[in-house]
Design a protein around this ligand. Structure first.
Ligand code: ZN
Length: 408
């Protein structure tokens, strides 16, 4: 219900926006921000790649900006954390507490708190979003939105951890405005909206190497499609605020994390086959980042974050590697992000842009997923609404501009 109200008020607002080309009184340049979400990005895996020079683009961002760990919510999973990140409220408050809520796949109709893209749209900022988890069915924005993880469609009827093609989406709109869908099909192709589902344990048995390679091939195909989509959007539909997301990394980590024979759940026929599969995801992501960086100039803010990290199962965790709480229990899982002892694996945060400190390492767990939305509003000079629980990450800025509104 709240969602309908939010959508309606935003739709009315969007109608009132000045049409492009109309006379406006001294238009003021608004900040440009590109946010890139990488699902489950794990610093333990990334650090050696940075040292080996295999992630030159992320290295550049670190050199020019601030980075560190990002505290996450309890029992983190993608829809739960992303919805907290959008709204800066607790999962119990925003309503999207997991993949399935009350027996139904989580969707935007469940969102009970206003997301940051709606606030930015109302602030007259142009918004573009693609493949962001938990944005299906899409909501109206002052720009465009293409849904991500949890989009339902053919061969992915429940929308949980599978990949419908754009033309095969069912049960709601995957593109706003609707008219953009034909344009995307024509110019980008019929891309997969989310990452491939992991193979089932029964299918893997006896065909491990073959299925792992086939799955990794599909993951790379999806990444190439996403790169093309992102580049197309940034080129032909530039917006002041752009939010793009990647989701294949996390899924790869869950069953192909480079573990040793002493780790819980180790199975040589799976875990000794492609030891580099998970690190390779980040090497591949770095190339995606390279194509995004072409659209980032001195006046653009770039924020890269992960909703949580991922670690191998611990000795005190379930001995049964199928007993994994985050994803479908069909793939032998050897790493995860919501541990029984409450030791939830933090994500990571990277930011660069005008006025952001260079080469700053954020120590400890001072920054959290709750702080991203308030920090975004701060960049645009929009007052932080009182329901938001996070804070502005003032420590990343050279000087805090006291003209910018803070939470009252
Ligand atoms: Zn996961």
């Amino acid at each position: 219900m709240v969602h309908r109200k939010l959508s309606l008020s935003l739709a009315v607002f969007l109608l009132a926006l000045p049409v492009f080309g109309q006379q406006q009184s001294t238009p003021k340049q608004k900040p440009r921000v590109i946010v890139v979400g990488v699902n489950g990005m794990e610093l333990d895996i990334i650090r050696p790649l940075l040292l080996k020079g295999q992630m030159p683009n992320l290295s550049k961002v670190i050199e020019k900006g601030a980075y560190g760990k990002l505290r996450t919510v309890s029992a983190p999973n993608c829809p739960r954390v992303y919805s907290t990140l959008f709204t800066s409220t607790d999962p119990e408050e925003h309503g999207v507490s997991g993949f399935i809520v009350g027996g139904i796949t989580a969707n935007t109709n469940m969102l009970k708190e206003e997301p940051v893209w709606s606030m930015l749209s109302k602030g007259g900022i142009t918004v573009g979003m693609a493949n962001v988890p938990a944005t299906f069915p899409v909501m109206p924005v002052n720009g465009y939105m293409i849904s991500g993880m949890l989009t339902r469609g053919k061969n992915c009827e429940d929308g949980v951890l599978c990949a419908p093609k754009l033309s095969e989406v069912l049960g709601g709109d995957a593109v706003y405005p609707k008219s953009m869908q034909a344009e995307l099909l024509k110019n980008v192709g019929d891309f997969y909206i989310d990452c491939e589902r992991m193979p089932a344990a029964a299918d893997l048995k006896g065909h491990e190497t073959e299925l792992i390679d086939k799955w990794l091939g599909k993951v790379q195909l999806i990444r190439e499609q996403q790169t093309k989509l992102f580049d197309y959007l940034l080129t032909t539909h530039p917006t002041e605020f752009t939010f793009l997301a990647q989701s294949c990394e996390d899924r790869t980590g869950h069953w192909l994390y480079p573990i040793t024979p002493f780790n819980v759940g180790y199975n040589a026929s799976i875990n000794n086959v492609r030891q580099d599969a998970f690190p390779d995801q980040y090497v591949a992501f770095d190339k995606v980042l390279g194509s995004i960086l072409k659209h980032v100039d001195e006046n653009t803010y770039l924020i890269i974050f992960s909703d949580h990290g991922i670690k191998p199962l611990r000795e005190f965790e379930e001995k049964d590697p199928h007993a994994h709480m985050d994803h479908e229990k069909t793939t032998p899982v050897i790493a995860k992000h919501d541990f029984a002892d409450g030791d939830d694996v933090p994500g990571s945060f990277f930011a660069m842009g005008p006025g952001i400190k260079h080469d700053l390492r954020l120590m400890g767990l001072g920054a959290s997923v709750y702080d991203v939305a308030p920090t975004l509003l701060h960049i645009y000079g929009i007052e932080q609404p009182k329901q938001m629980r996070g804070r502005i990450l003032t420590e990343i800025f050279e000087s805090s501009d006291n003209k910018v509104a803070v939470k009252k």
